[in-house]
Design a protein around this ligand. Sequence first.
Ligand code: F6P
Length: 318
Amino acid sequence: MQRIAVLTSGGDAPGMNAAIRAVVRSAIYNQLEVFGVMQGFEGLIQGQIKPMYLGSVADIIHRGGTILQTSRSARFMTEEGRRQALEQLEKRGITGLIVLGGNGSLRGAYEFSKLGIKVVGIPATIDNDIVYTRSIGFDTAVNTALTAINHIRDTATSHGRVFIIEVMGHNCGEIALAAGVAGGAESILIPEIEVDLEQIITKINQGTARGKLHSIIIVAEGVYPVMELKEKIEEATGQDTRVTILGHIQRGGTPTAVDRILGSCMGKAAVDALISGKGNVMIASREGGMHSIPLQEVIRGKKTPELGMFDLARVLSI
Ligand code: F6P
């Protein structure tokens, strides 16, 4: 293998830049030529491919977002789009591709590898919803959500209010659970557990009776319409209730040490995998370091968060 390329796809995640830096530097260290593809799979189809040098990734380890930019490509979901993308790589003599992204991007990587190109995936999504591994960006997103919860807690206490805070997660309760437990939330609503409205209301009422000054309810996006939840809580408890949707704030910002280290380790592991002839795999961070898992297994799996965390939050928020 002489020439490899790297791209970022889907929603950006803090720590992607650390991984890009690790890919470029490890490749050059191993005497490979390395190329950066702009704007994900869409840029690959269009041939937006440029050579990367040591200096191309200087001063980026601390930056959120992705210097390669990203996209969600509908064209790459078609066989024709993937064939065009392959041509772009073939005419430059590129035989290995590293794809950073979430489940949708890894599915794209898997389909692409069926055309014969060696593809290695790196799990990068704030949602942390990829099986067998922790994903780049999750730790930063949770810490960002936590900072917001801390701020909201101050004003909630001052006014004696209930606050509903919606976090991201895309059908997965990982961010809500982690931010909720770390933020000392009274209730956490996640897609994996049926919403118990009565229990939420009972908790608020019991807290008020004990002289509690506020209640924080964390809702994973899509689990319950937050404005409807606010109305129901106000009706049932008589408490002044406010809603904050954290949204894309969780996707940006300087990556934490955890995400920088994870990105660095995974970027190097992806290059090592290509050098040793592997393809059609994803790098996974599990006990004992970095592992390669077949992409086929990854896209078939469904991640379930550690539900013991839900129980922990329930017990600690009495
Ligand atoms: O996958 C990351 C994520 O931020 C999800 O949590 C969220 O549902 C989605 O992306 C939002 O996507 P977009 O940035 O396209 O609105």
